[in-house]
Design a binder for this molecule. Structure first.
Ligand code: NAI
Length: 476
């Protein structure tokens, strides 16, 4: 088996944590039991690009239990948990000397070159055949396939990319090399893929853009906008893991501090709630009047970053947008202000601009925690080099909330793989009855007792006794 992880000897520790996680992931385990016999993913060759954590290990092993052949990478250079990666490679029945699990190409602290090399490795089976499904988080695997196929059609890989010059240089080089090695590979891959299921807001945004531009090459299910994903993982997951990231990175007392949360979408709502829970005075910035009004009615001061940049202690960006905190902002911050991002990409904070500041000195306090000292002696603390701090500095969301997200992922993979003709080229969300099913699978574990509608009540509000209970336009 081909794979590349940090240290296979961590597998036993990883396996113990996987077993603990399985208990906390009732949705995934129920889906495993439900489809064990039917094996709906037999024949599926799934390439996954999603943070290689313990929770993801349970997802991977669920896909395998349903018949899939899987290869995996992390979707971020800092988010891999090395013991999880090792345990997945060794597999439940293998040994360190004879790994019998799933090929994983991921370790904590990859370089960007290594990151794109890993993505390329996972997109090609050892016999040279392509995957027929992608499970993506942020859209990098989807992007590589699309760009590869586009440049093959053009007959040339351009010299400049569409975003950050450093990262695009590496993406273009990866495509140049792989196309030279095997011309037509990416066109073949794009044609072989029945569909992609996308985990996060940022990746979903990319998919809708491609659909709008007419460049989408295969159908997609937007897992993020299942209610049981974005209204749970993004919100309650970040409510947990934003504090975990801050605590493990700095252990600074949050109570009494002024914390700025940029963006009051699902992630921002969770972060602001958590910081307030610790006694911070939380200030929100927003561009959307609806979210700004929500933040105000939830009791937060809403103002611009300009107004508070010099006085706040902790900054967390949650926007999925770029240039939220600029180098100029950072130069104006207080000594030891903590600067962090929990959105998908690192461009929310202008790290490149910070590095260009004349006379600035960067020092590592510990991995993923750096001080940046300005010529006047003032320093700021930047977490995870501007990449998502909850996965870079801590271990991301806990199992129970990820069980909701990943049960949606597995159902979406089954939908696209087994009912391909029901999903012509486009971007879809799962039907509401499946969203309700995911929630239902998590109720018992929390001791929740549902009230059952009477037939008369169901008729009165115009729904079926068995659901769905809300129209598609309902917002929760
Ligand atoms: P969302 O769209 O619900 O929220 C983003 C909010 O930021 C919106 O309300 C928008 O109006 C606001 N915004 C945009 N530009 C802004 C600006 N210049 N200043 C202030 N506010 C601005 O998106 P969601 O679901 O909250 O996700 C946000 C990001 O977090 C995405 O990149 C997503 O992929 C990522 N994410 C990260 C997770 C993690 O574990 N780290 C988990 C889930 C999502």
């Amino acid at each position: 088996m081909d794979y590349k992880v940090a240290d296979l000897s961590l597998a036993a520790f990883g396996r113990k944590e996987i077993q603990l996680a399985e208990h906390e992931m009732p949705g995934l385990m129920a889906v495993r039991a439900e489809y064990a016999e039917a094996q709906p993913l037999r024949g599926a060759k799934i390439m996954g690009s999603l943070h290689m954590t313990i929770q993801t290990a349970v997802l991977i092993e669920t896909l395998v239990a349903l018949g899939a052949d899987v290869r995996w990478v992390s979707c971020n250079i800092f988010s891999t948990q090395d013991h999880a990666a090792a345990a997945v490679v060794v597999g439940p029945d293998g040994t360190v000397d004879a790994p019998a699990g799933v090929p994983v190409f991921a370790w904590k602290g990859e370089t960007l070159e290594e990151y794109w090399w890993c993505t390329d490795q996972a997109l090609s089976w050892p016999d040279g055949t392509p995957p027929n499904m992608i499970l993506d988080d942020g859209g990098d695997a989807t992007l590589l396939v699309h760009k590869g196929a586009e440049y093959e059609k053009l007959g040339a890989v351009p010299t400049a990319g569409e975003g950050d010059p450093e990262e695009w240089g590496i993406i273009l080089e990866t495509l140049r090399r792989t196309i030279a090695e095997r011309p037509g590979r990416w066109t073949e891959t794009a044609a072989a893929i029945k569909g992609v299921t996308e985990e996060t807001t940022t990746g979903v945004h990319r998919l809708y853009e491609m659909a709008k531009a007419g460049t989408l090459a295969f159908p997609a299910i937007n897992v993020n906008d299942s209610v049981t994903k974005s209204k749970f993982d993004n919100k309650y997951g970040c409510r947990h893991s934003v504090l975990d990231g801050l605590n493990r990175a700095t252990d600074v007392l949050i109570g009494g501090k002024v914390a700025v949360v940029a963006g009051y979408g699902d992630v921002g709502k969770g972060c602001a709630d958590a910081l307030r829970g610790q006694g911070a005075r939380v200030i929100v910035t927003e561009i959307d009047p609806i979210c700004a009004l929500q933040a105000a009615m939830d009791g937060f001061q809403v103002t611009t970053l300009e107004d508070v940049v010099e006085t706040a202690d902790i900054f967390v960006t949650t926007t999925g947008n770029f240039d939220i905190i600029t180098a100029d902002h950072m130069a104006r911050m207080k000594h030891n202000a903590i600067v962090s991002n929990i959105g998908h990409f690192d461009n929310e904070i202008d790290m490149a601009g910070l590095a260009r500041t004349p006379g600035i000195v960067k020092e590592e306090v510990k991995p993923q925690v750096h001080t940046w000292t300005f010529p006047d002696g003032k320093q700021i603390i930047v977490l995870a080099e501007g990449r998502l701090m909850n996965l870079g500095c801590a271990t991301g969301h806990p199992s129970f909330v990820m069980s909701n997200s990943f049960t949606n992922q597995v159902i979406a993979q089954i939908e696209l793989f087994t009912k391909t003709e029901d999903y012509p080229l486009g971007v879809y969300v799962l039907p509401k009855h499946l969203d309700e099913k995911v929630a239902r699978l998590h109720l018992d574990a929390l001791g929740v007792k549902l009230t059952k509608l009477t037939k008369e009540q169901a008729e009165y509000i115009g729904v079926d006794v068995e659901g769905p209970y809300k129209p598609d336009h309902y917002r929760y």
